[in-house]
Design a protein around this ligand. Structure first.
Ligand SMILES: [Zn+2]
Length: 178
């Protein structure tokens, strides 16, 4: 073995190549020939190889936790105020929970499009909250309520669109330490 020549086994075809001729896909070495095949399979959702460790950037974890925490609590808080004798209320709350969890689950699994679903929600939510701000007598209480929530959602979205996050969504995670 040449110690200077770093070699890796392609996770798709199993052949050994020099590392500089390979691509890191979700942190796993893939040869240039197999990369398009694997990328397409991943995009189609055909493969969910357990051998591919999806190392999520910290920004993804922070963004998703922040979203779950703020939006989740606001759903719960609103749900507690609702009249649960009305069967429609259950449907409404269930719909809200699904609307929130679908993009989060898909983002967690590395689907880039799911970020845009959240952008759409955020824009919609902001448009709804602005008239409330105008009606609000007390700007401070708005800032502590909706304003704070909007700020957290905005920060989370920025985190999801950071270059490192975008790279991860594209499956181009570079392994700095290995
Ligand atoms: Zn290969």
């Amino acid at each position: 073995m040449h110690p200077n020549l770093k070699r890796d086994k392609c996770c798709e075809c199993g052949q050994v190549f020099e590392r500089e001729n390979m691509i890191q896909l979700h942190g796993v070495p893939v040869c240039s020939r197999c990369k398009p095949i694997l990328l397409q399979r991943l995009a189609e959702g055909v493969t969910d190889r357990p051998s591919i460790p999806t190392r999520r950037p910290i920004a993804i974890w922070v963004a998703l936790s922040a979203l779950l925490l703020t939006v989740g609590t606001s759903i719960v808080r609103r749900a507690m105020r609702l009249d649960w004798n009305n069967p429609l209320v259950e449907v409404k709350v269930a719909a809200e929970v699904i609307m929130l969890s679908v993009p989060i689950v898909f983002i967690f699994r590395g689907r880039g499009w799911a970020r845009w679903v959240l952008v759409a929600y955020a824009v919609g939510g902001f448009c709804v909250s602005v008239p409330k701000l105008i009606q609000h007598q007390n700007v401070t209480s708005w800032l502590l309520g909706s304003g704070l929530k909007n700020a957290v959602v905005l920060t989370a979205l920025i985190g999801l669109f950071l270059p490192s996050s975008t790279k991860w969504f594209r499956g181009e995670v570079n392994e700095a330490h290995s």
